[in-house]
Design a protein around this ligand. Structure first.
Ligand code: RB5
Length: 149
């Protein structure tokens, strides 16, 4: 992986993930990263697909390299993102999962369950995810079989 501040990162959440999104945005900006924020922009109730699809589209158009997606459970936003053929969004709640999502699955979006993790754990997972390379090899053959023809 490139250094964190050279990776084009997109971030999106619904209202349940808004506060964690703002926390991670501030962490990433302090590290010198360029981050595109796809919303939401407040804690007002909203629908996660409205923010998930723009993030996925930006990755598919190579406007962002990787993403971070957050909702209350992480499930709704992950389910939406994974409708996109080239998106591999991995729902993670602990650091080894974030590392394995990169090593084994070549995940391009880290999905986080805001209502079930601390902000400190989220930062630890972000650091792990964005510093771990895909292992390729046998995992490449499996990843190649994911997309529908
Ligand atoms: C919002 O209340 C909640 O349903 C949403 O953030 C997410 O957990 C859905 O999967």
């Amino acid at each position: 992986m490139k250094p964190l501040n050279e990776i084009k990162i997109g971030i999106a959440s619904d209202h349940a993930g808004f506060e964690l999104k703002q926390y991670l945005l501030s962490f990433l900006k302090d590290k010198g990263c360029t981050v595109t924020d796809f919303g939401t922009n407040s804690t007002a109730s909203c629908d996660y697909p409205d923010f998930a699809h723009p993030l996925a589209n930006a990755i598919e158009k190579n406007e962002c390299d990787f993403g971070i997606a957050i909702c209350g459970t992480g499930n709704g936003i992950s389910i939406t993102l994974n409708k996109h053929q080239s998106i591999r969004a991995a729902l993670c709640w602990d650091t080894p999962l974030a590392e394995l999502a990169r090593q084994h699955n070549d995940a391009n979006i880290l999905s986080l369950p805001a209502r079930f993790i601390s902000a400190e754990k989220a930062v630890e997972m972000v650091e792990a995810f964005f510093s771990t390379d895909f292992e390729g090899g046998r995992h490449q053959a499996r990843v190649d079989k994911i997309a529908l023809k």
